[in-house]
Design a protein around this ligand. Structure first.
Ligand code: DGY
Length: 321
């Protein structure tokens, strides 16, 4: 059996595959594969481990129906046409759970960085402006006792909320389709309407999946319902916010700050006005980027491939085959 991997991935997953006698080819060039190249490569393999942002659309799936599995190195599967994968009977798997803590830590890091204007102060040092100090200049805000609003309180949102309660005794409110009873019990989290979430959050953190229902939700009208002192954090998917509306909301003082690990579009261009704003922190989609987490993700993806090759039930399917 042969597996094609679209990037060089951490060793834990590779070793699992190689120890099982599977031949693994990694794409080592420092450029992404075009859709046609991906199809051409995959036609020579039995499974795909997708560690890049290539889209698995109907065209790809029609050309690669022979694949025994497409194992994503991500929890998000918005780049996959799941309906077409089901119809064409190509199983797809993801990596839930193992990246929750690292991604929540990234949200926490962004929240802290925005609250204390950390990226802005760092840029002041680079510009040679660490000289004259003024007690009233460029102050941040405290987070102690503030209200954290979580939009999408699942695994990642739960860890973020736990961090915020432990570190800053923050009050947690959330908006989900269903209740998260574990978070209510453990953290005193209170489920509220979307409108209440907007009106009451001092920090509003987004942890929903990207779906047609969540695309573009954070737009002008929604930012206008938030507190002028609010911090908006997005570590989920950039397409959940309208970036032009976010820029305008920050420039006009509609909200106070923003921390983004995901942007709309990605990659963000270096001349984006967000990168110059004192109360903004942007990271290049590094939510799960720790040694431990990326190894755990590669092992999980490998286990899905091994199961597919053996004909066993897939541990982490996103398709329903
Ligand atoms: C995920 O796992 O979904 C990360 O955001 C990487 O895309």
């Amino acid at each position: 059996m042969k597996v094609f991997v679209t990037r060089v991935i951490p060793p834990d997953g590779l070793e699992l595959l190689q120890r099982a006698g599977i031949s693994v080819t990694q794409w080592t060039e420092k450029r992404g594969l075009s859709p046609a190249e991906l199809i051409a490569h995959c036609r020579q393999y039995d499974a795909l481990l997708l560690a890049s942002d290539n889209h698995i659309d109907r065209t790809f799936l029609e050309q690669c129906r022979h694949l025994k599995v497409i194992a994503l190195l991500s929890v998000g599967y918005d780049k996959v046409d799941v309906a077409a994968a089901n119809e064409l009977r190509v199983p797809v798997t993801n990596t839930p759970g193992v990246l929750s803590a690292a991604t929540a830590d990234t949200a926490f890091l962004l929240m802290m960085s925005v609250a204390r204007k950390a990226f802005f102060h760092y840029r002041r040092i680079l510009r040679g402006e660490w000289g004259f100090s003024e007690p009233t200049a460029n102050l941040g805000v405290d987070l102690e006792g503030k209200t954290l609003g979580v939009w999408g309180l699942g695994n990642i949102g739960h860890v973020m909320a736990k961090r915020c309660v432990s570190a800053f005794n923050m009050k947690v409110i959330y908006h989900n389709r269903g209740r998260n009873e574990a978070a209510e019990k453990e953290l005193g989290a209170v489920r509220v309407s979307f409108e209440e979430l907007l009106a009451q959050s001092d920090v509003l953190t987004v942890h929903t999946a990207l779906t047609p229902q969540t695309t573009g939700v954070f737009n002008k009208a929604v930012f206008e319902q938030m507190k002028p002192s609010a911090i908006f954090i997005n570590t989920a998917r950039g397409a959940i916010h309208n970036e032009a509306d976010l820029i305008a909301a920050l420039q006009q003082g509609v909200i106070w700050g923003a921390g983004l690990d995901v942007t709309n579009p990605e990659p963000m261009q270096p001349d984006n006005p967000l990168l110059d704003m004192p109360t903004v922190a942007v990271l290049p989609h590094i939510g799960s980027a720790t040694e431990e987490t990326r190894n755990a993700m590669s092992a999980m993806a490998a286990k899905n491939i091994l199961a597919a090759f053996k004909g066993d039930p897939l541990p982490n399917p996103v398709t329903s085959l």
